[in-house]
Ligand binder design. Sequence first.
Ligand code: GDP
Ligand code: IMO
Ligand code: MG
Length: 430
Amino acid sequence: MPNIVIVGTQWGDEGKGKIVDLLSKDADIVIRFQGGNNAGHTLVVGGKQFISHLVPSGILQGKTCIIGNGMVVDPKVLINELDALRAMGIEVGFDNLKISEKAHIIMPYHKLIDLEREKKKGDNKIGTTGRGIGPAYEDKAARMGIRFSELIDSEVFIEKLKIVLDEKNFYLEHRFSAPTLDLNAIIEEYNIYAKRLASHVTNISVIIDNEIKSGKQVLLEGAQGTHLDIDHGTYPFVTSSNTVAGNACSGAGIGPKKISGILGIVKAYTTRVGEGPFPSELFDATGERIQEKGAEFGATTGRKRRCGWLDMVILKNAVRLNSLTGLVITKLDVLGGLKSLKICTGYECEGRIINDFPSDIKKLGLCKPVYESLPGWEENISGITQLAELPGNAKKYIKRIEELAETPAQIISVGPGRDETIMVNNPFNE
Ligand code: GDP
Ligand code: IMO
Ligand code: MG
């Protein structure tokens, strides 16, 4: 039975949420394996929009959703999301939402430190989402994080928090001259969260293993994108977790032999939110047009997304780093109406043409994109559901991406809704 990983190939916001929601129809279990509420995954069902930050995007298809051990979770945000789902008529209980007892908790000091650091960095800021993601992962690595199993055991929680808060308050006060946090206020607040979420907390690794053994199909939902990966992205302008497919296994507690397919979501052009290098970025009217037509605003922070041409250097990097078995090309409709399109096929760097993505951002900053031009199309393609019905030039664009990436396009997305999709080859039917 296929078990599929879905990852972003660029800098996030490729349309992972739409595709996970769509493919969840054929899956039994959907698992988020990294990141936290820095993610914003948009699902559009029956014309209504739901933005998921923490709950896996399989929730609207009625599937079992799992918050993996690799995630960092702000319990307040999770509870708000559960309330929003309830208001939409979706009750969430243990059956459809399980939380790993090993997932880490985002605490108030994580958010404060994230924001204070960004403030202090000034022009050198990373442009984080300010959700406390980096500081929470830091504490995990420093072995001073608080996990779900500890949150729901109030004795352990208080004991641990006392020690950690002492250090955090010292740091807040002496590094940033920021107000310190009150131990009892945190205990009171987090006790409420613990009570509300305790019934969801479990050993997800055992559950997933049993389900796979009984023939159930699993979908692993990545957040962010390959070039925001803590190791392989444009460091330090990255997030604080591994976003590549390899981390799907450790972040969900399953072994690599269980994975059968890895889909890379590719926006038909490139976007980025926050700071950091972006070689094919457009600063002209075409960039503005893509930004407007694509409604490119961050689903989490509402920031305007930077836009540029499709960059095959980064896509090829993603194909290799994730072992992609297929591509999902999204937002192809947004490119309609442009006379000609450009694809970045390499970089000119210090007098040489390079095709491999440089690891060093100083070198990346010196890179100029080398473009290949392709003819555009005028037609509105959003209603098209068959590949053969696409305008010839749209087909050529897809073909060229497949050739350069040496990877087949399995799904083409031509609008935000579930129906606005060309299913070339459903990975669950292989
Ligand atoms: P994610 O973080 O990768 O899940 O992506 P986001 O949800 O942050 O951003 C993608 C945006 O594009 C959302 O507003 C989606 O509703 C929208 N979207 C997804 N696929 C398509 C598509 O094929 N065409 C258009 N026009 N919009 C799309
Ligand atoms: P989804 O899952 C786009 C970016 C932030 C910032 C950097 C570090 O919706 O694709 P962080 O708060 O993680 O420490 O910020 O990473 N970033 C994203 N950009 N989509 C995301 O998630 C992102 N999550 C983080 O803008 O540049
Ligand atoms: Mg997003």
